[in-house]
Design a binder for this molecule. Sequence first.
Ligand code: NAP
Ligand code: HSE
Length: 446
Amino acid sequence: MQFLRRLGCGPVTPVDVPIALLGYGTVGAAVHRLLVETGDDIERLTGRRLRVTRALVRDLAKERGFAPEDGVLTTDAEEILGDGEIALAAELMGGLEPAGSYVLSLLERGVSVVTANKQLVAHRSPELFAAAARGGAQLRFEACVCAAIPVIKVLREALVATHVHRVLGIVNGTTNFVLGEMEAGRTYEEALAEAQRLGYAEADPVDDVSGADAAAKMAILASVAFGARVAPEDVEVEGIEAVRPEHVAAARALEMTVKLVGQATLANGAADVRVGPALVDRHHPLAAVEGAFNAVMLQGDAIREITLSGPGAGGIETASAVVADLVSIVGTSGPGFLQDDPARRSLARADADAIRSPFYVRVDVDDRPGVLARVAGQLAVEGVSVARLVQNQTDAGATLHIVTHEAPVGSVARSVRAIAAMPETLEPPTALRVVSDRGVEELGWT
Ligand code: NAP
Ligand code: HSE
């Protein structure tokens, strides 16, 4: 607060900016390290020395990735919340509470906050932005989405004059890493354990594999891109828990790869936001996104398409975005145009029949005359056209791998329900979106 007041009056003089970190784990320790290692550069740029003076943790005895100075760590939140010298804070704890209460308390008393906590921002941004407005403080959240990739800054600043109507991307590093490792022959369990060891996964990795982490990020991206309030509850979400090695193998045979894909579409004043496993054509830019990397494709009226890609998880990668936000606050103290709450209007949920996609449908059936025709018939009833069909014999019968032409999501869902109810169907069918910008004819599928 004193720091902001000082910035508001008189000439800029070099001054320490005392910073509190709420959380000193994978990201928190990396933020401290970056602030120390780039301190001279930041001071040259801003005339300010950003110093971590307090950091909140649960366990003082735990070994830290970058050791803080003596007396910096505390387990008492009040030592930070009640410290009038703290000028800026970064919330790097995770979880809705107590992180939410701490952030609200700081914003209310005019301390600007940077957070990497996508669940907090996705679930409670109206409340948080209202507190920031009352306190005259800033709330920044670049690190919530795609770690090192500056997609929030691009959407909020660089594309402010563009009507963005579609966001498509890979926004979770852990699941992208796990699916890639499965393709290389590792088991799901081995790959997830490695992602946790590398610091990519959330404290509870169920958030990653269930799609909850990606859903929060897509809700934030859709809110910022569409200038609307999109809550996590508005996102259709499916995780990767049900993806089996045979899905990965089938995708490879079809020259595709399985990815957890997020998609937000704004059409006719309605929004459709979804996250789920999808088959991505090998030639599509998202297919090349490997390991814990992320990529976001932004489509809009004036820009046509912009793709941003880079590291989507990891301590130092995320710290890069946190430090950039801290420096940006120092450079734009006081409420600026970035303080506008993206929650401006409410959008209807789009009807599933208004959204179209090609699909991959896998169904295990009895190998009897007429069964294939009946499966095709259930698709035809809904106007879903088959682009490619592969049949493999199995001990129990036959597995049909069907790639459809683009069709309404609702029609495919109804067809798949009807196929599931056929007496000849042996297992519940799988239906996954196909991500491809190439025509099926070009691939020789007709
Ligand atoms: P982490 O390694 O588990 O660190 C969490 C830190 O917060 C720890 O220092 C922990 O203390 C402290 N903490 C948690 N609950 C607390 C409580 N109730 N009271 C006091 N201290 C508490 O997690 P992380 O990977 O750094 O992630 C932090 C945040 O960044 C999360 O919101 C996450 O979603 C986000 N994020 C992470 C990544 C990534 O790649 N890791 C990327 C982007 C965003 P102890 O150390 O004593 O346990
Ligand atoms: N657990 C998250 C991921 C961290 O794997 O993408 C980055 O937000």
